[in-house]
Write a protein that binds this ligand. Structure first.
Ligand code: GDP
Length: 322
């Protein structure tokens, strides 16, 4: 039975990846940070099948101890300060978790389980002010937020440990991936939750920022399959994972409100407060390498994703009106 260690197991991607690995017969160990309010709701349904180890990306010794104790075959580094908006108000913390945290995890792997295969969660936000479209593995980075800058560091330190120490370390450059488990601060979930609240009469308007920003949105449940496949390859390499389609925030609103029988133009209000100091205007993946080399393809379309999220939020308010 192989052992996988997942940092960020309580997050959206961690929860889907844990489900996937349990289904494949792995022993799954989740690394969690001690805190008085750790949220386990995304993994509540599988919690009995998981093991946990307490460690913190800010504490090198705790990481080495965690890796030594569990001797994982695969390490998935998904933990980060992952919200772009917050990275401007907490830029140093973002650098610590999202950037230097990767080095600390790589060091822990090198010392505690040097033959473990290592996955680093890189991000399309590294492409930022894009220098070519669509974006592929060879597209130069131009990050536009402290989050994006930290992810570029994490990406290159992963490549560097691969090249310096011959580690099986890979970086998955994932475009935006969403689900009913997405945090409410991200625009997809903010919109689908807002639709449900409007449908149930809890609010009448939804205040958003830049409606013209374009993203390549896919389903997180599909993307963790690509992540796992990256670690099963004969040699370590980096991959772009996305749908190869781009949609504006406005289109996202249109699909989401229509799914509930509403018209977004009656409810969505643009609010300066939600604009960003520097914006990423357009992201669209060229996922052809992942499709070819990993034989990966997504199952859920953009429209199906948005409808799934609206349905889940409607069902939530139906069962426990807030
Ligand atoms: P990101 O791509 O990781 O930054 O994912 P987000 O879901 O946070 O944002 C995606 C895009 O939606 C960005 O271009 C935002 O500027 C835009 N956006 C527009 N209104 C909002 C809003 O109210 N909240 C968030 N989070 N993003 C918004």
């Amino acid at each position: 039975m192989p052992t996988a260690l997942i940092t960020g197991i309580t997050g959206q991607d961690g929860s889907y990846l844990a489900e996937l690995l349990l289904g494949k017969g792995y022993r799954v160990v989740g690394m969690v940070r001690r805190s008085s309010t750790t949220a386990f709701e995304r993994i509540a349904h599988i919690i009995d099948q998981l093991q946990f180890v307490s460690a913190d990306l800010l504490d090198q010794h705790s990481l080495v101890d965690a890796v030594r104790e569990h001797e994982p075959d695969e390490i998935y580094n998904l933990a980060a300060q992952s919200f772009v908006g917050t990275s401007w108000t907490q830029p140093v913390l973002t650098g610590e978790f999202t950037g230097l945290g990767v080095t600390r995890m790589l060091e822990a792997a090198k010392k505690g389980a040097p033959r473990a295969r290592f996955y680093q969660a890189s991000s399309s936000e590294m492409f930022g002010k894009v220098v070519e479209t669509p974006q592929r593995e060879t597209t130069p980075f131009y990050p536009r937020s402290p989050y994006g800058v930290a992810k570029v560091y994490g990406h290159w330190i992963t490549v560097n440990y691969r090249e310096s120490f011959n580690m099986f370390a890979v970086s998955g450059i994932l475009f935006n991936h969403e689900s009913p488990r997405r945090g409410l601060e991200f625009v997809s979930r903010k919109v689908t939750d807002g639709v449900a609240r409007i449908k149930f009469g809890l609010q009448s308007e939804l205040r958003l920022g830049n409606l013209d920003a374009r993203r390549d949105w896919g389903f997180a449940g599909d993307y963790v399959e690509a992540i796992w496949r990256m670690l099963q390859q004969p040699t370590p390499d980096d991959y772009v994972v996305g749908m190869g389609e781009t949609h504006s925030v406005r289109e996202l609103c249109d699909v989401a409100f229509r799914a509930a029988g509403l018209d977004y133009r009656d409810h969505v209000v643009q609010d300066e407060r939600f604009f960003r100091p520097a914006e990423v205007d357009l992201l669209v993946a060229d996922p052809s390498k992942a499709r070819r080399a990993l034989e990966w393809s997504p199952r859920v379309t953009f429209e199906q994703l948005v409808e799934m999220m609206v349905e889940a939020d409607l069902a939530r308010y139906q069962s426990e009106p807030k």
